[in-house]
Write a protein that binds this ligand. Sequence first.
Ligand SMILES: CC(C)(COP(=O)([O-])OP(=O)([O-])OC[C@H]1O[C@@H](n2cnc3c(N)ncnc32)[C@H](O)[C@@H]1OP(=O)([O-])[O-])[C@@H](O)C(=O)NCCC(=O)NCCSC(=O)C[C@@](C)(O)CC(=O)[O-]
Length: 283
Amino acid sequence: MKLIECPRDAMQGWTEFIPTETKTEYLNALLRVGFDTLDFGSFVSPKAIPQLRDTAEVLAGLDLSSTRTKLLAIVANLRGAETALGYSEIQYIGFPLSVSETFQQRNTNKSIAEALTEVADMQNRCEQGGKTLVVYLSMGFGNPYGDPWNPAVLGEFTEKLAALGVRVVALSDTIGASTPETIIPPFRELIPAFPNIEFGAHLHTTPTTWREKVDAAFEAGCRRFDGALGGIGGCPMAADQLTGNMATENLVTYLEAAGVPTGLHMEAFREAQRLSQRVFVGH
Ligand SMILES: CC(C)(COP(=O)([O-])OP(=O)([O-])OC[C@H]1O[C@@H](n2cnc3c(N)ncnc32)[C@H](O)[C@@H]1OP(=O)([O-])[O-])[C@@H](O)C(=O)NCCC(=O)NCCSC(=O)C[C@@](C)(O)CC(=O)[O-]
């Protein structure tokens, strides 16, 4: 079981600037919890995401001396990927490839075709640089823009990514549109069809529908889950449809009830929760 904690997704749309030292303190607390991966920041345009303009400074303040957690940074173009490739501390580079043309444009100012060309370049650069590219299939469970969508589209995109050598694909419910009916089929079909790819669930949800979504993905074979403490966040480029992240607390509750070891240090987890309430003041 892999739990990916996404403070980047929690912070990126927070209106008040979170001071760099506060971010660093929070991320260091999360590094003590024992998550598989920390999606800690992004190297994107500071105009698009002003909150995360200090990702490089934050990274410099992280204490990685005694953590087993790997670092993931989100990028939205090749330039961001080159920045991330320059840091030996970062193992994963994440790129949002949308199955909705409208959202790809809104999020990265490029078409899906252009984004796929960038993914090919990023994959090559990651292979040369000893890093792993994680591709998020954003709006993977439907979109609010009227762009064509059906469950088979995830298979078509995965086919293209597999041909490029991509090894980690996170099916992403950017706006919380998924239901068990739309979650189960893709995981059931894609996991056995692409044995070289690790599939993750990056789900957004309301507080009332989280359990059925996690249950659907888990029962369909998913063993890689993204979450954010407190269920905070979401993509500002879909702000009109903003739905919070899957709360990590709920993922842990679910897994504990299912008897699945999370490997988390629970005292450190509670400490990070307390800190999260101070970081996201007013939440
Ligand atoms: C991709 C661009 C840059 C295209 O935006 P653009 O306007 O086409 O880019 P540009 O190349 O014309 O550059 C515009 C400005 O950004 C700067 N710039 C350009 N690139 C960089 C860079 N790498 N690092 C630092 N600065 C950069 C560049 O220097 C320039 O600055 P100016 O000259 O105007 O002062 C823009 O659309 C962008 O940054 N988008 C960010 C998108 C983003 O971060 N979204 C949230 C994360 S993805 C997400 O949340 C979804 C996910 C992963 O959680 C899964 C899910 O739920 O779906």
